[in-house]
Design a protein around this ligand. Structure first.
Ligand code: ZN
Length: 144
């Protein structure tokens, strides 16, 4: 995929138009186009996370997603950008499952909570990365 440029807040920003079209295309590929979606751009990179590209920030139930993009995303090539977008959509897809696990962890004994949170975080990223790779291979040719 050709690299995405950081959208500006200008009304007719061409980067925003292309960015939105890529988001829409990936959402359609994952059958998420009917979900309530919110996308935000952070103006500054967190000092403690210089390589953070995006996060799924949605914590509510239902077919909703909220993806936050960080400035470092626009330093990446198009392939990494596309992988990042897919990755955050996959997080949104299994958000309800993660919420259930999180609730169970909250209910667990404090002694079990620390290791179970660590395992859940690793499992979540492992599954998300695996699905991201599979989906990337299936749809990457649409973005050439
Ligand atoms: Zn992740």
């Amino acid at each position: 995929m050709k690299q995405l440029k950081r959208p500006t807040k200008a009304k007719e920003c061409p980067h925003q138009k292309r960015f939105n079209s890529v988001l829409q295309a990936v959402a359609e590929a994952l059958h998420l186009e009917h979900w309530e979606a919110r996308y935000t751009q952070e103006d500054t990179q967190p000092e403690d996370r210089p390589n953070l590209l995006a996060v799924n920030r949605c914590v509510s139930e239902g077919r909703r997603l909220w993806i936050v993009f960080y400035p470092a995303l626009y330093e990446c090539d198009g392939e990494e950008q596309l992988r990042t977008i897919i990755h955050e959509y996959v997080h949104a897809l299994h958000n309800p499952y993660v919420q259930v696990i999180g609730q169970m962890i909250d209910w667990s004994h404090e002694a079990d909570r620390r290791w179970s949170e660590m395992i859940e975080t690793k499992m979540n990223e492992h599954v998300t990365d695996h699905l991201t790779s599979a989906i990337y291979d299936l749809i990457k040719d649409r973005f050439r």
